[in-house]
Design a protein around this ligand. Structure first.
Ligand code: ZN
Ligand code: FE
Length: 224
């Protein structure tokens, strides 16, 4: 009987655990796997730091309960994005930095600081100089909006470099991208009315539960 077409290949020998067919097939299709992994680590870093910073931004939306709720959806969905993409980094032979400081530093998007925050001194002391007693909601919404825009650029790039070559990474990146596009639309709607008094509807009503993540979470993935 003729040998089955997919029973073996020249790249990965029978029983060899040092290579993955799931990676070699990507290389054969032109994916630069090492570069992709580095981009995914940067992107995961941005999701993780955004989750952290949105916690602070949400707290400071005190008094604007509607904004707080929507910020919370975006915050928890960014955590879901981190959870979704991190296993893929390991499948592709990468790993997260052992030190969270290194991870935060290489995040692919700027820190989503509270408006007025001016950074940390060399001694690691928070300089809270300039932070108003109550940052204006419009200023916080602008920080949220620009963070979402950076995320859209990031995941669009990952979609571009995986399209038609790496269906698994593409599927994850496109799920994340769909939610980031929604997040941008939410914050445009809120900032537009809050700052400019102009209606720019996003089409959004509300998620089911906080952090629903309808695209990036589903029962098929382990993603708490
Ligand atoms: Zn995200
Ligand atoms: Fe987001």
């Amino acid at each position: 009987m003729a040998e089955k077409k997919h029973a073996s290949d020249a790249m990965v020998k029978r029983g060899d655990l040092s290579k993955r067919v799931g990676i070699e097939q990507l290389r054969m299709r032109g994916v630069k796997v090492e570069e992709l992994v580095e981009k995914l680590i940067d992107a995961a870093g941005a999701e993780f730091t955004t989750y952290y910073y949105y916690t602070i931004l949400r707290m400071n939306l005190a008094g604007s309960e509607d904004y707080k709720e929507i910020c919370e959806d975006a915050r928890l969905e960014d955590r879901a994005h981190f959870e979704l993409i991190t296993p893929r980094i390991y499948e592709l032979g990468g790993q997260l930095p052992a030190d969270i400081r290194a991870f935060a530093d290489r995040a692919g998007c700027p820190d989503a600081y509270l408006p007025g925050y001016s950074g940390v001194t060399k001694e690691g002391v928070d300089k809270v100089k300039g932070i108003q007693a109550a940052p204006k909601a419009a200023e916080i919404l602008e920080v949220l909006l620009e963070a979402e825009r950076c995320a859209i650029r990031t995941w669009s790039e990952v979609c571009d470099i995986t399209f038609g070559k790496d269906p698994r990474t593409y599927d994850m990146a496109s799920r994340i991208l769909q939610e980031e596009i929604e997040h941008e639309a939410w914050f445009i709607e809120l900032l537009s009315m809050e700052r400019d008094g102009v209606a720019r509807p996003s089409g959004h009503f509300r998620r089911g539960d906080p952090g629903d993540a309808p695209y990036s979470k589903n029962r098929g993935f382990y993603n708490p």
